[in-house]
Design a protein around this ligand. Structure first.
Ligand SMILES: C[S@@+](CC[C@H](N)C(=O)[O-])C[C@H]1O[C@@H](n2cnc3c(N)ncnc32)[C@H](O)[C@@H]1O
Length: 185
């Protein structure tokens, strides 16, 4: 992927509206000091309310111009960190972490695979994904990927108007949570 004049479609540019981003963060119930990764952070729709909630946020964004926007917007906040890299191949945090993200739909499967890796210390992921994908995850895909350590549930549907511009597919908030707390390495 080139990071210059790339098409909107290839990069999945459907940012959440601010009010829906706030709603997703409220639903995820993030606490002060939680380590939260925002995968495909865009212009920071979710990062902003996450920081307001007191989370320590790592934003992962591959698109150079959006990454630069994030750096300008949040670079002064000591709780903010930016990784300009592929969300499906980022280095997992070495401590228990959460994910709150509206991910690029084309990479959702690879991202979930990454989050459920054997060495992952993921505690809970609240991710906005395509409804069809979420169904597959909840109806069995997770057992194979998460080897029984994680369970999935669809928390709520999101209307297409939750995004600007609205996507052509239906979206939901998918929650993947761990049965027992992860053992630290
Ligand atoms: C659906 S938008 C969501 C943006 C933001 N989270 C929001 O809700 O407003 C997906 C974002 O993922 C970014 N993206 C696409 N492919 C990526 C990848 N492989 N790794 C990291 N970011 C990626 C896009 O540039 C875009 O900013």
């Amino acid at each position: 992927m080139s990071a210059g004049g790339e098409s909107r479609r290839a990069w999945g540019w459907h940012p959440l509206t601010d009010s829906w981003a706030r709603r997703v963060v409220a639903e995820a119930d993030v606490g002060e000091g939680d380590v939260v990764v925002d995968l495909g952070a865009g212009a920071g729709a979710l990062a902003a309310p996450l920081l307001r909630a007191g989370a320590r946020v790592t934003a992962v964004e591959l698109h150079r111009r959006r990454a630069e926007q994030l750096r300008r917007r949040f670079g002064d906040n000591e709780n903010f960190r930016l990784l300009v890299t592929d969300a499906a191949a980022f280095r997992l945090p070495q401590r228990p972490f959460r994910v709150v993200a509206s991910v690029p739909y084309s990479s959702a499967s690879a991202i979930v695979r990454r989050l459920l890796a054997r060495d992952s210390l993921l505690v809970q992921a609240d991710i906005v994904v395509q409804r069809q994908f979420a169904r597959r995850v909840v109806e069995g895909g997770l057992n194979a990927r998460g080897q029984g350590r994680f369970r999935g549930e669809i928390v709520r549907p999101l209307p297409r108007s939750a995004f600007r511009p609205p996507p052509r597919v239906d979206s939901v908030l998918l929650r993947i949570s761990r049965g027992r707390p992860p053992r630290r390495r």
